[in-house]
Design a protein around this ligand. Structure first.
Ligand code: FMN
Length: 180
């Protein structure tokens, strides 16, 4: 059981928003995450935190590779929707999106991208609902000048919410249908 916590404190933590991708054979998938961090400098490693229910989790677990798109602040809500609120189990998220295939085979979304990164999984930690995948960065690319989309901008200006599979989901408040 979780102790009684003032969950507003978690809202003070800062993140950017990304699309994390992976593939399984011919199938490609990707999802919005706020949880990409660089965890070491030498060698450069990044961690991503993915809900076990997500198709992207299945794909990273199998292929042991993932791609990351750093999204631009100007990314419209309409573009974020399928990646953040729909599952690749129900739709092909790549049918109308610009992307390139990276050196790992991962699709890398270039639309609304500031920069791209690919990683090979080096280790993982089971967190219960989620897994932390830690990867060695094997490819990086700057796409265009731009300001990365922050979680704060997403909440304040795009009026965006956090769905249940996001680590930042607030169960009690959203169950009450009050604002997050
Ligand atoms: C703002 C935002 C942040 C999110 N952050 C994460 C995250 O860090 N990890 C995660 O597993 N899901 C996160 N999600 C939820 C996934 O994007 C969502 O569950 C997605 O539909 C999973 O798609 P898939 O089943 O095709 O992989 C986030 C969603 C939004 C809108």
């Amino acid at each position: 059981m979780s102790p009684e916590l003032d969950r507003r404190v978690f809202g003070d933590l800062s993140y950017d928003l990304y699309i994390v991708t992976s593939r399984d054979g011919d199938q490609m998938n990707g999802q919005i995450v706020n949880t990409v961090i660089q965890v070491t400098s030498d060698p450069p490693r990044v961690a991503v935190i993915i809900n076990k229910k997500n198709l992207t989790h299945d794909f990273i677990s199998k292929s042991r590779v993932f791609g990351v798109t750093v999204l631009d602040e100007a990314t419209p809500m309409k573009f974020l929707g399928p990646f953040g609120f729909r599952s690749g189990r129900d739709m092909n998220k790549f049918s109308e999106v610009q992307f390139i295939e990276g050196v790992t085979g991962c699709p890398l979304v270039t639309e609304h991208a500031v920069s791209l990164l690919e990683a090979e999984v080096f280790d993982q930690i089971d967190l219960g609902t989620h897994t932390i995948f830690v990867g060695n960065a094997v490819n990086t690319e700057v796409v265009r000048d731009g300001r990365p989309l922050t979680y704060q901008y997403y909440r304040e200006f795009l009026k965006g919410k956090s769905p249940p599979n996001a680590p930042t989901y607030t169960p009690t408040k959203q169950a009450d249908k009050s604002k997050d």
